[in-house]
Design a protein around this ligand. Structure first.
Ligand SMILES: Cc1ncc(COP(=O)(O)O)c(C=O)c1O
Length: 498
């Protein structure tokens, strides 16, 4: 308790207020004032009883009574033969203040964080990112070393906010998907698709304004909007279809500024919008004057059938901004993504990117460009698509075999997840919690709605699900669903939605 480093405490005798009340109380008050004002910080040795009594010209019992009072109040401690010392008092620090937008973002983040831990030996139907083949790590390492050797100095300097030229050219090729030649000048490199979304939202919607999106929707979109103080105007899907009429109505809201869509392998449902509907969406953007933010994160993961062209490549009027990244197809930890945008938006997006984080790490951009140029990603994607299809097939077969009547699911021809609709009356959150306790990790459907209302849905991802665990895990999930079906269930029928 006593601290050798503290200067001796000199008590100014005139600090004891004159006036009514017993002298020992007034002395105790004066000493307490010194402690509070940090003139006698914790560890300080108070004057001895005799010295203080002499200085104050009072009887020593007055000083002793004051010290006793302070001791009973927990302010000082007396040690026999050593003296009286100011006690450690937990200092009350002023609380930090955070705006409500940040508090709401914190709530949303803690909600998912707690759901992501994969039980060892369990079945992971939650994680959306496929594991990259181990061979791709070695080829990427070679690219990294190559670019570092050849242009290391330049790559470790600032490159500018729009990104590395070679990577912009490679991304432009990927985004074209054979539809129309996208020019590298239409590409802005970002730190993951997440930053691409954030920049695009910030570019069009300010605090208090709104983004319209079909719901259920990408979970982190909700947090991104919260953090920017932007509102979400949700529009429910109509079964497997977008409700264009309801979307148009929502876009007429005076606060609506942007329409966020995932037309290809939507997260969480896996739904893909057909070409006709894509053209109708572009028409909707033209009529309402509201631009579209197209999240194309899983467009490369087609393993069955054909994909309609992206909205970006169909757009002839400069109303679509596309966001993408290599997170699903390659290494998410690279944090490399992009925006494809018409020139009018591009200049503003690159200004925002500059003020957000200056630029995305040049070394990683160059290494990725070299990897793409060498055809590494195409080889890797072939393997990945096959792998995803095998998992999806087994998942769907197991659902058909075990799920009780009244359960329905989507059948995506690519991507990483499907959407399960449980029999009426069964709560997805309840099933997900019970499954988690038994080592099967699934995402409860309510996570993907802004109001987190109870829903009879689960998102099942097949990105990481171990093949040898799928059937057993789905049988277990099915038994949990079955146990929760209310006894008087109307109708039903086991059938995939598609
Ligand atoms: C639909 C969607 N958009 C964007 C992202 C963010 O991706 P990235 O890792 O590239 O930032 C994710 C991540 O899972 C996603 O699912």
């Amino acid at each position: 308790m006593p601290s050798a480093s503290l200067p001796p405490f000199r008590f100014r005798l005139d600090r004891v207020p004159p006036g009514p009340g017993p002298a020992f109380r007034r002395l105790a008050q004066a000493l307490e004032g010194e402690i509070r004002a940090c003139r006698a910080p914790s560890g300080t040795r108070l004057p001895s009883v005799r010295d203080l009594a002499e200085g104050l010209k009072v009887h020593p019992s007055t000083v002793r009574a004051a010290y006793n009072l302070l001791e009973t109040q927990g302010k000082v401690v007396s040690q026999v033969g050593r003296g009286t010392f100011v006690k450690d008092t937990p200092r009350r620090r002023p609380r930090l203040h955070f705006p409500p937008t940040v508090e709401r973002a914190l709530n949303l983040a803690s909600l998912t964080g707690s759901l992501e831990d994969v039980p060892r030996d369990g079945l992971d139907l939650f994680t959306l990112t496929p594991a990259p083949p181990s061979s791709s790590l070695a080829s990427f390492q070679a690219c990294l070393e190559g670019v570092l050797r050849e242009e290391g100095e330049a790559l470790l300097s600032y490159l500018g906010p729009v990104g590395h030229e070679k990577l912009r050219a490679q991304v432009a090729r990927m985004v074209s998907r054979g539809e129309r030649a996208v020019d590298p000048s239409e590409i802005l490199i970002t730190s993951g698709a997440q930053q691409a979304l954030e920049l695009a939202i910030q570019c069009f919607a300010g605090p208090g304004e709104a983004v319209v999106t079909p719901c259920p929707t990408y979970l982190n979109l909700m947090g991104t909007l919260e953090a920017q103080g932007v509102r979400l105007l949700p529009v429910p899907f109509q079964g497997e279809e977008l409700d264009l009429w309801a979307l148009e109505k929502a876009l007429q809201d005076p606060s609506a500024r942007l329409l966020y869509l995932m037309p290809t392998f939507q997260n969480p449902t896996g739904i893909t919008v057909d070409r006709k509907t894509r053209l109708e969406l572009l028409d909707l953007a033209r009529r309402t004057g509201i631009p579209i933010l197209e999240d194309d994160l899983e467009g490369e993961l087609l393993f069955e059938g054909d994909l309609p062209p992206s909205l970006f490549s169909l757009d002839r009027e400069g109303r679509v901004i596309l966001a993408g990244s290599v997170s699903k197809a390659f290494f998410p930890g690279l944090r490399v993504g992009w925006l494809a945008a018409p020139p009018e938006a591009m200049s503003r997006l690159s200004a925002l990117k500059r003020f957000k984080d200056l630029e995305t790490a040049g070394l990683l951009q160059a290494a990725l460009a070299a990897y793409l140029e060498g055809g590494g990603l195409s080889r890797h994607l072939e393997e990945l698509r096959e792998d995803l299809k095998a998992r999806r097939d087994l998942l769907v077969d197991s659902l058909a075999k075990y799920m009780p009547d009244g359960t329905r699911w989507t059948l995506p021809g690519g991507g990483t997840s499907l959407w399960l609709e449980l029999p009426p009356g069964v709560d997805g959150r309840d099933v997900a919690a019970a499954a988690r306790r038994k080592g099967v990790l699934v995402a409860p459907g309510d996570l993907f709605f802004p109001n987190r209302r109870q829903t009879p849905n689960l998102r099942l991802s097949f990105a990481r699900a171990r093949l040898e665990k799928i059937e057993e895990g789905i049988a277990l999930l099915a038994s949990l669903v079955e146990e929760r079906i209310p006894t008087s269930l109307p109708g039903g029928g086991k059938a995939p939605v598609l």
